[in-house]
Design a protein around this ligand. Structure first.
Ligand SMILES: Nc1ncnc2c1ncn2[C@@H]1O[C@H](COP(=O)(O)OP(=O)(O)O)[C@@H](O)[C@H]1O
Ligand SMILES: [Mg+2]
Length: 326
């Protein structure tokens, strides 16, 4: 999709993917996890890669993080090719290691401190960074606990802490807040925003569209391994066919709403996605009938529904679960 490349100056790009495809071979059964994905991810920004389970997000991140070879296409990180110059790419990136189980023998403090030492920090710097991130992500009280003894959410937070504590220019965070409570989630968001203030590039995958909307300077939507749409949240909002959402409860039957836009049932009433004049007309008509009504621009969640045709948390019946990728 050349639109993705032209909308961002590749000169200012931290990650450039051209025609990236990945086919997994499972027995005689090929799975096309990515098909011809073109992306230019700008430096110093938070970039959200969104999509349902199995959309190909993790596969893309693993290719960019030199953990997995693409089947075809090319991808560079800060100008270095992930296949030909993998060892140089690794110097400038941080991501949760592919097989993090061995690290579970460490406690949380050791996990982060040793990771930083391994990356070349000196002891004083590694100690300061470790303490700072433990504090920032409220992990100080569990710092001496073995990673293997942590709850799933806490362990994820420790891994995110490890990656964010590094001084890597490009940071990969694959679903960093899955399974976290709302409070812990906000702390991770704050730490991600701080990474951006430090002029680092963050590639974030998420299936939480509110998270993508809250954090990302740009987002790319993957569905079935293909890039469906790319841009800043406001660009994407402007590009959709029906940019307004009207919810109406009471007063209208579905056929009465249909002329205004696309109607779907919602919470005892209806959501209508509409263009501007129709949205306004409907809101006024609904007020006139004493119905409960709200009008606003579509959210990323609504846009996803419009583009993909079903909500992000609803798997296609024929699709397989995101297996080895996680
Ligand atoms: N190691 C693997 N072997 C075979 N198929 C895989 C492997 N990893 C992922 N897949 C498949 O590739 C597709 C994309 O998966 P993934 O990149 O994990 O998506 P996401 O991270 O968006 O959930 C899915 O259909 C998934 O089942
Ligand atoms: Mg994944």
């Amino acid at each position: 999709m050349s639109a993705a490349l032209s909308s961002t100056d590749p000169g200012g790009a931290a990650i450039v993917a051209r025609g990236i495809s990945k086919r997994y071979q499972v027995g005689r059964h090929p799975i096309d996890a990515l098909t011809e994905v073109d992306l230019a991810i700008p430096k110093g920004k938070i970039y959200g890669l969104i999509g349902r389970n199995g959309a190909g997000k993790t596969t893309f991140v693993r290719i960019a993080a030199t953990q997995l070879l693409p089947t075809s296409g090319s991808l560079t990180v800060l100008g270095q090719d992930v296949v030909k110059d993998a060892s140089r790419v690794r110097l400038s990136i941080a991501s949760v290691p592919q097989e993090s189980r061995p690290l579970y023998f460490l406690n949380v403090d050791e996990l982060i401190f040793l990771y930083l030492m391994m990356r070349g920090s000196d002891r004083v710097d590694a100690r300061q960074r470790t303490n700072a991130i433990l504090d920032e992500l409220s992990l100080t009280s569990v710092r001496k606990r073995l990673v293997s003894h942590l709850s799933g959410g806490m362990r994820r937070r420790a891994m995110v802490a490890m990656v964010l504590a590094s001084d890597a220019e490009v940071v990969f965070l694959d679903e960093p807040t899955t399974g976290l409570d709302p409070f812990a989630r906000r702390e991770v968001w704050a730490a991600i925003r701080r990474a951006k203030r430090d002029r680092r590039t963050v590639l974030l995958t998420t299936h939480y569209l509110d998270e993508a909307e809250a954090l990302s300077d740009r987002v790319a939507l993957l569905e079935g391994g293909r890039l469906k749409i790319e841009g800043s949240p406001s660009e994407i909002r402007e590009s959709v066919r029906l940019p307004y959402r009207v919810t109406v409860q009471g007063g209208f039957s579905r056929p009465e709403l249909e002329p205004y836009g696309e109607v779907s049932p919602f919470d005892g009433g209806f959501i209508v996605f509409a263009r501007e004049p129709a949205a306004r007309e409907l809101a006024l008509a609904a007020l006139g009938r004493g119905a409960r009504v709200s009008l606003g621009p579509v959210s990323l969640e609504d846009i996803f529904l419009q583009i993909v045709g079903r909500p992000i948390d609803q798997d296609a019946p024929s699709e397989e679960e995101g297996g080895g990728g996680g």
